[in-house]
Design a protein around this ligand. Structure first.
Ligand SMILES: [Zn+2]
Length: 490
């Protein structure tokens, strides 16, 4: 991989840092990788070669590139840190093979950090709001580690979303962030980037890359900021691999940009409690990533139900305008059991954390459902996996399978890299479009795990669409359709 033609420009009120990323070993077209902010934030904005390297290093590795040549000089601290990143990823994913070597055209050079302001990535979800709030409560504004700006990253075509849906989601986030920024005296900086053009594999993004992709963004503002926070999504770091992880994110730092993976000391319920005590954040929570309807959060998916239940346990749900409902009924909470939306003990634990608070608030009805949920988890799921193996055995050579699991499209399982992730489709039309684009890539079978059987009720037009395909005999472990069967629509 060659990273060349690094430029900065301001055109029509937009400041853009850009580089040409071309591939040596992989047969792929070059990518003009860009990162843009409003011209009002051009102070300290520059095409930092270290930022392009952080963004592109893992895609280069994933594509089998043997070396990454970067035009300009690089920080030797980043070079060493990437050694730590590769050691961790090789331990998690031995199939990655040897990592590419890195060589800058102008050698290694250390830069001093900028004046010493801090910035945080903000998605308006619970994790990043909690990180921002904890920082505000712990540090005086003049402290160099105090967050003075938030970055909202627009990925242009978010995973599993159309460009319009991604833009819509981004506008919603920006609107909430603007309220917080105005109240807290922060800058809310919208960052637009085509970084996903480097690698469109959602599985790779989720499990290996997203920490680096996001950590690269503050580098382009490293003339102003010297520290950036990425909010942790887990209380205890996951034992298996995950793309944003304390063992990875902190090693995307260099001598002039410190990346912090923040928040592993808090449990999910503690984070919700922190956010709930902050009225402007409570009004603007966005946890539902697939939703495209009028209300900010759909109120029906697992993440919505989980967050609403936590707010109910805190007596705050009625004060949040973020959700379509102002109460959680036992019937609503039970849907996470009935539809198998929670399959792991880790996610069940998010609910168990709330039991005491719910009981104290007199919501024993909800506490009872959660106990039932905890008892219902069987994360070994041998039956479903056995069924999956049987299905895979039916596939002709070269064909692949789409699996709908935990409310997401995964797959094709053995095909082109086009996994979908990040929550359920926003609506029927999106679900059908995703399905058909995966089918066009050669997917032969579509299988729903029990955790996603609810799709067939929640997306009635998808269910109707699937009638055209032959449904295979099932015994409750999977529901599967033959996508190449006669009658299948083009
Ligand atoms: Zn939702």
């Amino acid at each position: 991989m060659q990273i060349t033609e690094l430029t900065a420009s301001i055109v029509a009120g937009v400041a853009r840092a850009q580089a040409l990323v071309s591939w040596d070993d992989a047969d792929r077209p070059p990518v003009r990788l860009f990162v843009e902010v409003g011209a009002g934030f051009r102070e300290g904005f520059a095409p930092d070669p270290n930022g392009f390297l952080v963004a592109a290093f893992l895609p280069a590795w994933h594509a089998g590139e043997r070396r990454v040549t970067v035009e300009g000089s690089l920080c030797p601290v980043l070079r060493d840190n990437l050694g730590a990143v590769t050691a961790t990823l090789q331990a998690w994913y031995p199939e990655l093979g040897p990592p590419p070597t890195v060589s800058p055209t102008h050698g290694y050079e250390v830069r001093r950090p900028a004046r010493g302001q801090a910035v945080s990535l903000l998605s308006m979800g619970i994790d990043s709001l909690a990180t921002l709030r904890a920082n505000q409560l712990n540090l005086p504004a003049a402290h160099p580690a105090s967050i003075r700006a938030v970055l909202l990253v627009d990925l242009i075509r978010g995973p599993g979303l159309s460009q319009d849906e991604t833009a819509h989601q981004h506008r919603k986030r920006l609107a909430g962030a603007a309220e917080i920024a105005a109240e807290s005296g922060l800058d809310a900086i919208s960052v637009r980037t085509n970084v996903l053009d480097l690698d469109g594999d959602g599985w790779f993004f989720t499990y290996k890359w997203h920490g680096a992709a996001f950590a690269s963004m503050p580098y382009f503002l490293s003339g102003r900021f010297s520290r950036a926070y990425l909010a942790a999504s887990d209380h205890a770091p996951p034992a298996s691999g995950w793309g944003s992880h304390p063992l990875l994110d902190t090693h995307y730092s260099c001598a002039h940009m410190q990346i912090e993976h923040h928040g592993t000391h808090m449990r999910r319920f503690e984070k919700v409690a922190l956010v709930a005590e902050w009225p402007v954040a409570l009004r603007n929570i966005l946890v539902c990533q697939g939703n495209d309807s009028g209300s900010a959060n759909c109120g029906a998916c697992e993440k919505c139900i989980r967050t609403m239940t936590a707010l109910a346990a805190l007596g705050k749900l009625g004060q949040s305008r973020s959700f379509a409902r102002s109460d959680v009924t036992p019937e609503l909470l039970s849907t996470v059991i009935e539809y198998g939306m929670v399959r792991s003990h880790d996610v069940a634990e998010y609910y168990v954390e709330m039991v005491e608070a719910l009981a104290e608030r007199g919501r024993t009805d909800l506490a009872t459902v959660i106990r039932r949920l905890a008892d219902s988890i069987d994360d070994s799921t041998p039956g479903a996996d056995g069924a999956l193996t049987e299905l895979a055995a039916m596939l002709p050579k070269g064909a692949s399978l789409i699996l709908v699991e935990d409310g997401r499209f995964h797959g094709p399982v053995d095909g082109v890299p086009k996994a979908r992730y990040w929550g359920p489709p926003s609506d029927d039309a999106t679900a059908i479009r995703e399905l058909e684009s995966l089918r066009a890539c050669g997917a032969r079978l579509l299988a729903f795990r029990p955790s996603s059987f609810w799709w067939l009720e929640h997306y009635p037009r998808l269910a109707e669409h699937l009638v055209a395909y032959e449904r295979l005999p099932d015994d409750g472990r999977l529901i599967a359709f033959d996508l190449q069967s006669a009658g299948g629509r083009p």
